[in-house]
Design a protein around this ligand. Structure first.
Ligand code: FES
Ligand code: FES
Length: 211
């Protein structure tokens, strides 16, 4: 089990199908979405406001480099705020219980399962989702490696897998297939695309790729 993706960790405080990989399909749009489509640069980003009906708390995180403001119920999870309020549907809801990793995003550069993270906790913090990892039209190396290594089938788990994989490399834990499997063990793939996922991560790590 990864050590840093659980809210109870003291340090926590804090359809990509093959078709989709080629840019066709709804999930692909989420996985491959360019941040440029949302903001040209953090400095140029205009605040985005998304208030939910019945909101009783306003949080102002920096999401994919863009200052946003979201009105939420205090009980709202980060995952629900991203998907329902901010309409960033790349992070997927698999189990909603912290067990599948489909909802993995980064908060202040560290991976978290967003279904078990309160949205209220990310006020003022940097949140990165799958929509924010590409560099303009250039895919993140991990996105490209997933495509190159056929690391996806239905693609439902893929956004979370990629976010966890980026973190795995960035943490320095992609040192062997065994270590990769251990530090990716919180991300479940019902299609069993694990061989390709490990190969993709090894590839990026071998290239000294960025996490
Ligand atoms: S949806 Fe969050 S871990 Fe499964
Ligand atoms: S590719 Fe289908 S769940 Fe992982």
């Amino acid at each position: 089990m990864r050590p840093t993706d659980r809210p109870d960790d003291p340090d926590h405080d804090l359809d990509l199908t093959r078709r989709g990989a080629l840019g066709v399909g709804g999930v692909a749009a989420a996985v491959l979405a360019s941040p440029a489509a949302r903001a040209e640069s953090p400095a140029q980003a205009a605040p985005v406001t998304a208030r939910a009906f019945g909101a009783d708390l306003v949080v102002r995180p920096i999401v994919n480099g863009e200052a946003v403001e979201a009105g939420i119920d205090v009980r709202t999870s980060l995952l629900d705020m991203l998907r329902e309020t901010l309409k960033l549907t790349g992070a997927k809801k698999g189990c909603d219980h912290g067990q599948c990793g489909a909802c993995t995003v980064h908060v202040d550069g560290r991976r978290v399962v967003s279904c078990l993270t309160l949205a209220a906790k990310v006020d003022g913090r940097a949140v990165t989702t799958i929509e924010g990892v590409a560099d303009g039209d250039r895919l993140h190396p991990m996105q490209q490696a997933f495509i190159d290594h056929d690391a996806l089938q239905c693609g439902y788990c893929t956004p979370g897998q990629i976010m966890a994989a980026i973190a795995c490399v960035g943490e320095g834990n992609a040192t062997s297939p065994e270590s990769i499997r251990e530090y990716m063990s919180g991300n479940i793939c019902r299609c069993g695309a694990y061989v390709g996922i490990v190969a993709a991560i090894e590839d990026v790590a071998r290239q000294g790729g960025r996490g």
